[in-house]
Every structure is written in structure tokens, then in C-alpha cells.
Write a protein that binds this ligand. Structure first.
Ligand SMILES: *[C@@H]1O[C@H](CO)[C@@H](O)[C@H](O)[C@H]1NC(C)=O
Ligand SMILES: *[C@@H]1O[C@H](CO)[C@@H](O)[C@H](O)[C@H]1NC(C)=O
Ligand SMILES: *[C@@H]1O[C@H](CO)[C@@H](O)[C@H](O)[C@H]1NC(C)=O
Ligand SMILES: [Mg+2]
Length: 492
């Protein structure tokens, strides 16, 4: 049997996080439906599952070109989309916060975890690795859900060893559900068995997980345990780091450091990006910011990166949006903001341009935007870096078009110019973020599959988009392609 994590369930209702470990807090009401609805029943024929899952939605079914001018409303994620961090420093801080928590509060071995965050560390890290918490494994899947790479502790398994654990088909029930609907493992029992480290706020967790498992096995004469508690302990650590009230209270080590040393962790937004935001607004488009961060942390981030007058760039600002729940629920209330705190409910019909809110839902925001534009049909675009929260969910559930902002593209020089400064995002151990090589063949990863099915284009940064004319047209991904179609990556 799989162990359960009671604290996780408790925290979900009693604590609010700054949206950083959103998988543990965001409600995704469609999960229950997806698990019982007939088209999602547990099939054993995996290729069949693959063919029927995740059919994309598109506002313009046949469009092979993308142009910013075509949109009425353009929304931005904040962290690692508009507000850029020094990721090396950020990940080092996160690694240290989490490792120290495990040593101080959960009696983990100091020598095993408290190690310098150096090149050897970043070489083991890749965004999007999946934890098999019970077996103590880290997994990398291809776009059909096959488990192509596995690390137990810090050692990689051979294909034969992977087959011994996951069967000749290289699949696992839980990840099969995940690849059918990426929200199916977000909350509930499946979320205790697997989790994917989706963004730069939790990515260093995979190295801590691996080092802890490695040490536990060593203490057990090199034999793996039947079941590990490491993931559960890490979840407690993430709550300690990212609980939203800890920003104001200066607790949890993460927020205090971010507040004290902004220059170390943030990079200032280049003026050409700010000019570009103004130019978009001058074209009569509604611009909005939609962030998972609580109002105080988000304001600190936005002010540091975009400047004191950062609010002027946006018609609507949504905090603590609890993505993906923001995109799946239509009845989630909007809350008024006052003195950097959530207050009473505000109806979406009361939302006016220039206003901020907390939580809310996509449908109400669309109504407010339609009203302010006096239009019944609008085209909406959202730009973000989190493949499930910012790209898959708004595309699938809200029918918005999306643009992926993916720093790995430049870090690997994947269909764009190589950026040697972001080598800490590149991992030769895990292979490319976009594909997995096996027998000299390249197989697209899950993340490439999301790009092709749910995104118009993928860019390494907002800075690139902002340096091109607003009326420029870009070739888009081929949504039907099952291979490694790369039309949507820019710049070429
Ligand atoms: C699985 O489904 C695919 C597509 O429907 C079919 O071609 C294949 O024969 C099936 N395999 C098995 C083992 O049933
Ligand atoms: C909104 O649009 C409708 C139809 O296009 C028009 O009749 C109406 O006057 C417009 N209202 C405002 C406030 O501009
Ligand atoms: C794009 O905009 C520029 C400047 O406004 C203009 O000169 C150019 O003709 C436009 N290009 C297209 C393809 O519309
Ligand atoms: Mg983000």
C-alpha cells in the first residue's frame, strides 16, 4: 500500500501558500470528474490512452501563424515570465532552505544534504522530473508516458532495471493517469504517490530527494526500502518555506532572504520590455497580470523587477490566483485587496480596469474584460513558464491561446541561440528538456507534447518577444504532430 500524507491534506484547507507549491494548494475541481468519466477509465492499452487523451482546443483551428496583434486581451504570469530571477542564486537559496529544514526539523543527515550548490548539483537538476515517492525514484517520461529514465538515489537505472520495476511497457498506473490529464494527480490520493517538480521554485527538491534516498539506502546496507518518507518530509519543508504569511512575518528563511537581498535574487526588467508593454496597451489591448503569489510577495517582486510604477502597465492585476484552479472553476470568488491583504468578496461585474483582486476565476475575468472593451467575443492570450499551470490548463479548460516562456530553450541552444550564462539549466545526465535519446532516436518529452498541443509558440524569454515588432507573425507548432515538430520555437 502507498503511505498517506495527512499533514498535506490538513495544510490544504488551513494554510495559504504564496502559490509557490501550488500543486498542494490549488483546487482543481475537475479531478473527480476526470477520474470517473468514461473516456478516462483506466485502460491497460497504453497507446490507445495516448491517442484519445488531451485533445487540444484552439480559438483559431487552422491558424499556422501567430501574431500578438490578433488578441484583445493579453495576460502575463509574473515569476519567471515578466519578473526574472537570478536562477542560480534562487535555486541555491531554495536548496539550502529545504536541506536545512530537513536536517533541523526531520533529523536528516547533515553531511548527506548540506553540500555546496555547485555545478555537480545543477548537473543533476532538470525541471519537470517526476517523483515516485514510495519507491524513492525520479522519473523522466516521453510524450506517450513511457518511463525512459529513472534515478534511484543518485544512480541511473539501466533499461533492464527500469523494466523490472515498471514492467516491459515501461509504464506506471499513476503516471498513466497523469499523462491522460495532467491535473489528475494534482490533489487527492494520486498526488501523494507522484509529483512533478514543475518550476524553478521546487526544482532543487529533486536533488534533495535523491541525496536523501541515497543516504537512507547506504544506512540500510545498500538495499532500497519498501517505502520512503522523504517526499512527505519535503512537502512539510515546502510549506515551511512558502507559506504566504511567512513573507510578512519574516519566517521560513526563503522570504527573509528574498526581502533582504533583492539584487542577489532578482534581475531588473529591461526598459525595452516596459516600452513594449506600454505599446501593447496603446493598441487598445487589455493587459493583465495573473500571478499565484500572494499580494505582498507579488508586489515586492513586481516593484523590484518592473519599477515603482509597475501597476500602470496592467488593466487588471490578479494575485494568489491558485492556478490551475483559476482556469477550471467558474464559481471561485474574487476578493478585494486592501493594505496588502485579502478582504471581502467583489463581484466580477464590479471589476473595472485599473483594479486588483485576489483569487477569482477566468470566466469572471473574461466578463470584466469584455465589458471594458464593449465586445462579446474576445481573443485572449496568456504567457507563462509553468507548463501545467500556465499553458496546459488555460488552453484546455479556458480555451485561451498560450505562449510558453522556457529558459531551457536558450540553455540548451534548442532551435535558438545557445546562452552559456544559463548552463545551470542544462543537464547532460537527464538529456534535453525537450526530448529523450534512446538507441540514437529522439523521443519528445511530455513537455514538448504540451508545447505542441497547447501552445502557439515557445520563446526563451519575454525579452525576445519584446524586441520584435508587435505585428510580426511567427510560425506555430503543428498541433497534430506526434514527432518533434519544431516550427513553434523562436527565434530561429
Ligand atoms: C492498443 O491500441 C492500439 C490503437 O488502438 C492498437 O493498434 C493495438 O493493437 C492495441 N494493443 C493491444 C495490445 O491491444
Ligand atoms: C457597445 O457596442 C454596441 C454595439 O457595437 C454599441 O451599440 C454601444 O453603443 C457600445 N457601447 C459603448 C458604451 O460604447
Ligand atoms: C508593422 O508595423 C510597422 C510599424 O508600424 C509597419 O511599418 C509595417 O508595415 C507593419 N508590417 C506589417 C506586416 O503589417
Ligand atoms: Mg511563473
Amino acid at each position: 500500500m502507498f503511505y498517506i500524507i495527512p499533514t498535506l491534506l490538513l495544510f490544504k484547507t488551513s494554510l495559504s501558500l504564496c502559490g509557490k507549491v501550488a500543486q498542494l494548494t490549488s483546487e482543481a475541481p475537475l479531478i473527480v470528474v476526470s477520474l470517473v468519466s468514461p473516456q478516462y477509465h483506466r485502460g491497460t492499452n497504453h497507446s490507445e490512452n495516448y491517442m484519445t487523451r488531451n485533445q487540444p482546443h484552439h480559438q483559431t483551428e487552422m491558424a499556422k501563424e501567430f501574431c500578438l496583434e490578433d488578441y484583445d486581451a493579453i495576460g502575463f504570469d509574473l515569476d519567471n515570465t515578466l519578473a526574472m530571477y537570478n536562477l542560480k542564486n534562487l535555486m541555491e537559496l531554495e536548496y539550502n532552505c529545504l536541506a536545512e529544514y530537513l536536517v533541523e526539523h526531520k533529523n536528516y543527515n547533515k553531511e548527506a544534504l548540506l553540500k555546496p550548490f555547485n555545478e555537480e548539483s545543477t548537473a543533476f537538476l532538470q525541471r519537470g522530473l517526476i517523483v515516485d515517492s514510495k519507491r524513492g525514484n525520479l522519473l523522466k517520461l516521453d510524450s506517450t508516458g513511457r518511463i525512459m529514465k529513472v534515478a534511484h538515489g543518485l544512480s541511473f537505472l539501466t533499461t533492464e532495471e527500469i523494466k523490472k520495476t515498471y514492467g516491459d511497457q515501461l509504464t506506471w498506473d499513476v503516471t498513466n493517469e497523469f499523462v491522460k490529464d495532467y491535473l489528475s494527480t494534482w490533489n487527492g490520493p494520486l498526488s501523494e504517490q507522484m509529483r512533478s517538480f514543475l518550476d524553478y521554485f521546487d526544482m532543487p527538491g529533486s536533488l534533495i530527494f535523491a541525496r536523501a534516498v541515497e543516504y537512507i539506502d547506504k544506512q540500510n546496507n545498500g538495499r532500497p526500502l519498501d517505502s520512503y518518507n522523504v517526499f512527505k518530509d519535503m512537502v512539510d519543508g515546502f510549506f515551511y518555506m512558502y507559506s504566504s504569511e511567512h513573507f510578512a512575518e519574516n519566517k521560513g528563511k526563503f522570504f527573509p532572504a528574498i526581502k533582504q537581498y533583492p539584487d542577489k535574487y532578482y534581475t531588473k526588467c529591461s526598459p525595452h520590455i516596459l516600452e513594449w508593454l506600454k505599446a501593447l496597451k496603446n493598441k487598445n489591448k487589455i493587459l493583465f497580470l495573473l500571478t499565484g503569489s500572494y499580494v505582498d510577495y507579488a508586489s515586492h517582486t513586481a516593484k523590484t523587477c518592473l519599477g515603482e510604477d509597475w501597476k500602470q502597465y496592467f488593466d487588471f492585476i490578479g494575485y494568489f490566483s491558485k492556478k490551475p484552479g483559476f482556469f477550471t472553476g467558474v464559481n471561485r470568488p474574487f476578493l478585494r485587496i486592501s493594505n496588502s491583504k485579502e478582504k471581502d468578496e467583489i463581484l466580477h461585474s464590479e471589476l473595472e480596469p485599473g483594479q486588483s483582486f485576489s483569487q477569482g476565476n477566468w470566466d469572471g475575468l473574461m466578463e470584466a474584460i469584455k465589458k471594458s472593451l464593449n465586445k462579446t467575443n474576445i481573443k485572449t492570450l496568456y504567457l507563462g513558464d509553468n507548463f501545467i499551470q500556465d499553458l496546459y490548463t488555460p488552453s484546455k479548460y479556458s480555451h485561451w491561446d498560450t505562449v510558453a516562456v522556457c529558459a531551457e530553450q536558450a540553455a540548451e541552444g534548442f532551435h535558438t541561440k545557445l546562452d552559456p550564462d544559463s548552463s545551470h539549466l542544462k543537464s547532460n545526465l537527464w538529456d534535453s528538456y525537450f526530448y529523450i535519446t534512446s538507441n540514437q532516436k529522439k523521443y519528445p518529452t511530455l513537455w514538448t507534447d504540451i508545447l505542441k498541443k497547447h501552445c502557439k509558440i515557445c520563446v526563451p524569454s519575454i525579452s525576445y518577444l519584446a524586441s520584435e515588432p508587435i505585428n510580426k507573425t511567427y510560425s506555430t507548432f503543428d498541433h497534430e504532430d506526434l514527432g518533434l515538430n519544431t516550427d513553434g520555437f523562436h527565434p530561429k
